[in-house]
Design a protein around this ligand. Structure first.
Ligand code: PMP
Length: 359
């Protein structure tokens, strides 16, 4: 691994070195089997243990109550945009309520519309998605309410969730496992794995059993959450390596002290960078202060003509992945769990040095 690179990529993103080492070792020789993890049967007793252990780590780390199931799927968070609506909006005779607070929330709405009417509770689109809408109501006869806890592209994060009688469904792709959350506030959570969970290829779903059992219409097997639940996520071949590497990553997180410890570290990293953005005369934060994401820090330069030059300067100094999303521009530094504080210090140092030169 190149120690001179600081990986601020938005996902797939940095993973802990020991996870990479152990995953690499298992690709060559996975000790319990004497074979590569890539060539074992998903039905082997050794891999069944991996699935059980990964599930247990998710349950323990997030303190998932017993009336929720933990499922491992494929298709990324993007397939969840469709699956959520196919399961819970289709044939319900109801509207689904969506919060429109970013690019991915909008994609979720687009997919839901294949299955039924969508009611947008509130939108920050007109404001360039620089904040999370706060004032809205959710009608009591909605099929469900859907929101995105962290807007990966825009750099905003929800720290409070609405209290409502209807099921709450949340896309937590980019902030799950970054801080403690109260699972009982939600009825279904989904997350593509490729940020704080593990490598790409697995999607984590945590769902309340009552919600899953409320579905009355028939569904194709691969799009029916209950098929995953009733077959221990082994209805078909699961993403064996992605689940194994996620297990290693969640073990790393547990050994570090779990979500309380990691959330303190994540806060310290975000604070360091936001402080520099606020103090440095060349830069400003892209999101409203009170909604700033602790995972994806978005910022710009007062003089946009300098952005390409600063980017080149930062890249020469080992910064990777800080270019803002293609449709948004500016910069985005993602501070996922495995990113060391030291990397943030190096980025801040680049900003300071650059400002001394050019201000
Ligand atoms: N939702 C959020 C919040 C995301 O950050 C992403 C991707 N980074 C997605 C959905 C889409 O995920 P996937 O690429 O796994 O389909």
């Amino acid at each position: 691994k190149n120690l001179h690179k600081h990986n601020f990529g938005a996902g797939p993103c940095i993973l802990p070195e020991e996870v990479l080492d152990n995953a690499a070792e298992a690709v060559k020789n996975w000790r319990p089997t004497g074979l590569s993890i890539l060539e074992i049967s998903h039905r082997s007793a050794a891999f069944e243990e991996v699935v059980k252990e990964t599930e247990k780590l998710v349950r323990d780390l997030l303190q998932v109550p017993h009336n929720y199931s933990i499922l491992f799927l494929q298709g990324g968070a993007s397939l969840q945009f469709c699956m959520v609506a196919f399961n819970f909006l289709h044939n319900s005779g109801k509207d689904a309520v969506y919060l429109d607070a970013g690019y991915f929330g909008q994609k979720a709405i687009k997919e839901a519309l294949f299955f039924g009417p969508v009611n947008v509770a509130a939108s920050s689109r007109g404001a360039g998605y620089t904040h999370i809408p706060k004032e809205y109501s959710i009608s009591a006869d909605a099929a469900y309410f859907h929101c995105t806890s962290n807007n990966t592209i825009e750099g905003t994060e929800m720290f409070r969730f609405p209290e409502t009688e209807v099921p709450v469904i949340c896309d937590m792709s980019s902030d799950i496992f970054s801080r403690p959350i109260d699972i009982s506030q939600f009825d279904l959570i989904y997350a593509g794995a490729q940020k704080n969970t593990g490598p790409a290829g697995m999607t984590l779903v945590i769902a309340k059993n009552d919600l899953l059992d409320s579905v009355k219409h028939p569904l194709p097997s691969m799009l029916d959450y209950r098929v995953y639940r009733d077959n221990g996520s082994m209805y078909n071949t699961p993403p064996v390596f992605a689940i194994y590497a996620a297990m290693l990553n969640l073990q790393w997180l547990k050994n570090k002290g779990g979500l309380k410890t990691i959330s303190l570290e994540n806060r310290a990293k975000a604070q360091l960078l936001y402080d520099e953005i606020d103090l440095n005369p060349l830069f400003y934060g892209a999101a409203e202060r009170y909604d700033r994401s602790l995972m994806n820090v978005t910022f710009r330069m007062h003089d946009p003509g300098r952005e390409a030059d600063f980017l080149a300067f930062a890249e020469q100094n080992g910064m990777v992945g800080i270019k803002g999303y293609r449709t948004v521009g500016g910069f985005r530094a993602s501070l996922y769990n495995a990113l060391p504080y030291e990397s943030v210090r190096e980025l801040v140092n680049c900003m300071k040095v650059y400002a001394e030169k050019y201000h």
